[in-house]
Design a protein around this ligand. Structure first.
Ligand code: ATP
Length: 364
């Protein structure tokens, strides 16, 4: 249905007055790819999306759709479909007319409009709602209308700005799965802005993590989750986030407050080579065990525990003001103040340079 379009961003910088919202962004999005732009509020995700749409002109840098330089091309000639967070349906128009609107602007024929609107409405399961007004729809239905309106003109690229954030949590999960499937069925190159790490991990082929106008890392969900390049990336993905503890390296050991554990195998060589003496010791709440009795590990006291059904989150004080979270199986009993040992899964430990907060495996 759609044409083949890959997107290349080359050194894109966008300034608003003195403020640099995007700082030399380089990114390639493959044809048919689902790329998530993930980052905290104000990091520049929307600005980047609107620059790709042509709504903003970059201060410098180039944008290519395939081999064609579109940096100066106005939005209407880029053939992109855009869906905003608030959907912005026309309240006085019925669903049919809302979806048909882009085709009417293009002066498509009556017949063609009729056919295409019905086709796209069917695909999004809203074909029974075409005679309603937006206020007669649920949030999820309104959101589908907005997506239908973006898809009806058969764009080469679909650009979505937090399209699910106005839906309640349950509906968000449902539409998330559906949207992912639709994207693959249509085979349409898609860029999806979100600050929700779970959404990005769940839906995207690849994720670009953005902070303060810069891309910190681009990779598939496994890569950015298991091989984060920076503490920021590690801490942004996963819930609860990765634990980080300041630690000192002494010979083959790592000292974490009162505890001493051996340097994980995969880091022995690099720590020696870089002569590192201080690190941030990182491990995810799912990648450690809580042990009673003597074992090499990180000593601490149970501060709190929260059953979540199949598992529980245990918060452990490693020092008076340093807490980590570890998942434990359901049914295991903990008491406040109990002394325990945390044994991280060595293979999953990630060490970061204390100063640059970069993961050691990414050092040259
Ligand atoms: P959010 O998730 O909150 O929408 P975002 O990552 O999409 O955040 P942007 O909307 O791209 O962030 O904004 C990035 C930065 O650029 C912010 O600091 C914002 O205040 C600034 N900014 C965005 N648009 C403009 C504008 N038109 N004029 C001046 N500054 C702007």
């Amino acid at each position: 249905m759609m044409g083949m379009v890959g997107i290349t961003l080359e050194e894109i910088t966008k300034k608003f007055g003195n403020f640099t919202a995007l700082n030399k962004i380089n990114l390639k999005i493959e044809d048919k790819e689902f790329m998530a732009l993930l980052g905290p509020s104000g990091s520049g995700k929307s600005t980047l999306l609107y620059t790709i749409a042509g709504i903003y002109k970059p201060s410098s840098g180039k944008i290519y759709f395939n081999d064609k330089d579109v940096t100066e091309t106005p939005p209407k000639d880029r053939n992109v479909g855009l869906v905003f967070q608030n959907w912005a349906l026309y309240p006085h128009m019925r669903v049919f007319k809302n979806i048909a609107f882009p085709l009417e602007l293009k002066k498509s024929s009556r017949n063609e409009i009729e056919k295409k609107v019905r086709e796209v409405a069917k695909m999004l399961h809203i074909d029974h709602l075409l005679d309603r007004y937006p206020w007669q729809l649920s949030g999820g239905q309104q959101q589908r209308v907005a997506i239908a309106r973006a898809l009806v003109k058969e764009p080469d690229v679909l650009l979505l700005d937090e399209p699910l954030s106005n839906l309640d949590a349950l509906l968000r999960l449902e539409v998330r799965a559906e949207l992912k499937r639709l994207q693959k069925e249509l085979g349409i190159t898609t860029i999806y802005v979100t600050h929700d790490q779970a959404e990005a991990l769940a839906m995207a082929d690849r994720i670009a993590i953005i902070r303060e106008g810069k891309i910190l890392q681009v990779g598939d969900p496994d890569e950015v989750y298991y091989k984060p390049m920076y503490k920021f990336v590690a801490g942004f993905l996963g819930s609860p986030p990765m634990n980080f503890i300041h630690a000192e390296v002494e010979g083959g050991n790592i000292r974490i407050y009162q505890s001493k554990i051996s340097v994980p195998k995969q880091y022995r060589e690099i720590i020696k080579r870089l002569e590192i003496t201080e690190v941030l010791f990182g491990f995810r709440p799912h990648d450690a065990e809580i042990i009673r009795g003597e074992r090499e590990g990180i000593k601490g006291e149970v501060y709190s525990f929260e059953p979540l059904g199949r598992e529980q989150i245990v918060t452990i004080a490693v020092n008076s003001d340093v807490f980590v979270k570890v998942f434990a199986p359901e049914g295991e009993h903990f008491s406040f103040g109990e002394k325990v040992t945390i044994v991280p899964n060595e293979e999953r430990v990630i060490l970061f340079d204390k100063k640059t907060e970069k993961a050691l495996e990414y050092f040259p």
